[in-house]
Design a protein around this ligand. Structure first.
Ligand code: GDP
Ligand code: IMO
Ligand code: MG
Length: 427
């Protein structure tokens, strides 16, 4: 029997994160009843701009400013209570009814103060080979999840919570003793436990039931990804990746939505590339052109403030992300940033071990792989006040059509500025 059950759309980043997911989720939220984050944690920084407000969210979904949409923090997310409390307090100050619009999965894992310490100790020990982690404790928390040692939101409501916490912290102390790393845990714990008390005012829910029941009733769900496909633990530039599955399949794991209940897969990419942290970046422009993109695009981290590395658009990498995710529509961000260039380069192939290839291989280290680019004409038009497709300059339309043809996927939105309103629908 054909059910009327609705499907969940998934929105995710196709590059190394910071593609502009937060902005687009905010733009699309009026079309949905529920926005649900499925992985990552406070390593993410999703920026929203509207009515003169600029707001950065880390763990809370980007639909939170909508008056009625329910926002879910799914089981695949890792939560630092201290950062979460700060996010909630900031939203309450802006008049957001957080207590009624935000739901947390009982199965979501908690980031302990010691997870952050282990993250810092591990990065320090790696020296020049460090991942460039955001130091939010993401890796160690997911390690405890898969190692079956983790603490979850649902544990907070049990009598054994404090005992479980102490047992895990003892393990962490032993681990920390292997590193030459000084720390003061007693300074960090009071704020953590205070934040846990505040979290108790929110609704802890079996969100897999909540979501599937809502979908049975025809509610529209948008799953919001964090990071990007090239930071995925399986398909990213390992080991310079994050510790979760950032790809579409992560939405199934991270929310309890079955694969056959996924609808559209919306892939977000910048008109160029950025990367923050270490690891290979084939089209990187470590020169004045890269610096120009960084300055015009204000490419500094939303979470850490670090300068983002910049480079031209990488089509083999984009095609790879489209393939792994089953992307059904693309959205191109920050087209306005390229308005000041006479010529724009795009990577179409790689030189890889003496051969020219058009796909992303196992090893993208610069010792094995270099980009082959083609040059397209710039448009030299300020795009930031344009509101409709028919006003877009010819050279930009040619850039869009070139990408669509190469990637074999339509671009449904072109973003021309950080504000909600600076969004052009192409359909
Ligand atoms: P996310 O992590 O994918 O949500 O992206 P971030 O918020 O970390 O980074 C994207 C940055 O670009 C933010 O500062 C946004 O305000 C900004 N932004 C988003 N779309 C556009 C755009 O089309 N043009 C410009 N100039 N900025 C944009
Ligand atoms: P959003 O959701 C960009 C990067 C870090 C580092 C690597 C591992 O805003 O797009 P981690 O803290 O996860 O152990 O860091 O991943 N990274 C991001 N880069 N945007 C993000 O999130 C990121 N989250 C993690 O810089 O290279
Ligand atoms: Mg970001």
């Amino acid at each position: 029997m054909e059910s009327i059950m609705s499907k969940a759309d998934v929105l995710l980043g196709l590059q190394w994160g910071d593609e502009g997911k937060g902005k687009i989720v905010d733009v699309l939220t009026p079309d949905y009843d529920i926005i649900a984050r499925f992985q990552g944690g406070p390593n993410a920084g999703h920026t929203l701009e509207f009515n003169g407000i600029k707001h950065v969210l880390h763990t809370i979904p980007s639909g939170i400013f909508h008056p009625t949409a329910i926002n879910i923090v799914g089981n695949g997310v890792v939560i630092d209570p201290v950062i979460f409390k700060k996010e909630i307090d900031a939203l309450k100050k802006l008049g957001v009814d957080v207590n009624n619009k935000l739901i947390i999965s009982k199965r979501a894992h908690l980031i302990l103060p010691t997870h952050r310490l282990i993250d810092a100790a591990s990065e320090a020990a790696k020296g020049k080979n460090k991942i460039g982690s955001t130091l939010k404790g993401i890796g160690p928390t997911y390690m405890d999840k898969t190692g079956r040692n983790g603490l979850r939101i649902g544990d907070i409501e049990t009598n054994e919570f404090k005992d479980k916490y102490n047992t895990l912290v003892e393990k962490h102390k032993q681990l920390l003793s292997f590193y030459n790393f000084e720390y003061n845990l007693a300074e960090l714990e009071p704020a953590w436990f205070e934040a846990i008390e505040e979290l108790k005012q929110l609704q802890f829910v079996e969100t897999e039931h909540y979501l599937n029941t809502a979908m049975k009733a025809g509610k529209r769900v948008l799953a919001e990804g964090a990071q990007g496909s090239l930071l995925d633990i399986d398909f990213g530039s390992y080991p310079f990746v994050t510790s979760s599955n950032t790809i579409c399949a992560g939405a199934c794991n991270g929310l309890g939505i079955a694969p056959n209940r996924i609808g559209s897969v919306i892939g977000i990419f910048k008109a160029y590339c950025t990367r923050v942290g270490s690891g290979p970046f084939p089209t990187e422009l470590d020169n004045e052109v890269g610096e120009k993109i960084r300055q015009i695009g204000r490419e500094f981290g939303s979470t850490t403030g670090r300068a983002r590395r910049t480079g031209w658009l990488d089509l083999p990498a984009l095609k790879y992300a489209v393939m792994i995710n089953g992307v059904t529509e693309l959205m191109m961000m920050k087209a306005d940033v390229l308005s000041d260039f006479d010529e724009i380069e795009v990577c179409t192939h790689y030189n890889y071990n003496g051969k020219v290839i058009d796909y992303l291989p196992f090893n993208i280290d610069p010792a094995y792989l270099s980009p082959v680019t083609t040059t397209l004409k710039g448009w030299h038009v300020d795009l930031t006040a344009i509101h409709s497709k028919d006003k877009l300059p010819e050279a930009l339309m040619a850039y869009i059509e070139f990408i669509e043809k190469q990637v074999e996927t339509p671009i449904s939105i072109v973003s021309v500025g950080p504000d909600r309103k600076q969004t052009i629908r192409m359909k």
